[in-house]
Design a protein around this ligand. Structure first.
Ligand code: AMP
Length: 120
């Protein structure tokens, strides 16, 4: 899938749409999910144009991968969920129900999160 530069997270990165930012550095931007599923629900996105984890893991240079992973851990600690525990999740493609075609990791925390997947 080709990267769509008009996806909503690309527009947030360009400052065209506001977000409730919690962290930013050269590699990543983190902000509150607009429809939180847990008391803490933060999205962390890389600054580079990657459709999903599949694209990022195959194509991002090592410095961007390190910077992004470190940002996710940093944000979780900064949000105060590292001690109590948290879940990170990245959807890729149709079966996962990925909605926004720019890589994003969800950080969920602040309550007991229950089973990993809904039974179908
Ligand atoms: P996914 O299903 O993994 O692609 O998740 C997309 C997430 O983006 C959902 O949890 C949405 O609530 C969230 N979302 C969509 N638009 C925005 C926005 N403008 N600001 C913050 N979060 C958003």
């Amino acid at each position: 899938m080709a990267y769509d530069p008009n996806n909503i997270f690309a527009r947030i990165l360009r400052g065209e749409i506001p977000c409730k930012k919690v962290f930013e550095d050269e590699h990543a931007l983190a902000f509150h999910d607009i429809n939180p599923q847990a008391p803490t629900h933060i999205l962390v996105i890389p600054k580079g144009a990657y459709v999903s984890f599949d694209d990022f893991s195959a194509n991002a240079p090592p410095a961007e991968i390190v910077g992004y992973v470190r940002a996710i851990g940093h944000v979780a600690r900064e949000q105060g969920v590292a001690d109590s525990g948290y879940r990170i999740l990245a959807n890729h493609g149709a079966n996962s129900h990925q909605e926004v075609p720019h890589l994003h990791v969800h950080i969920f925390g602040g309550r007991r999160l229950g089973p990993m997947l809904v039974k179908s």
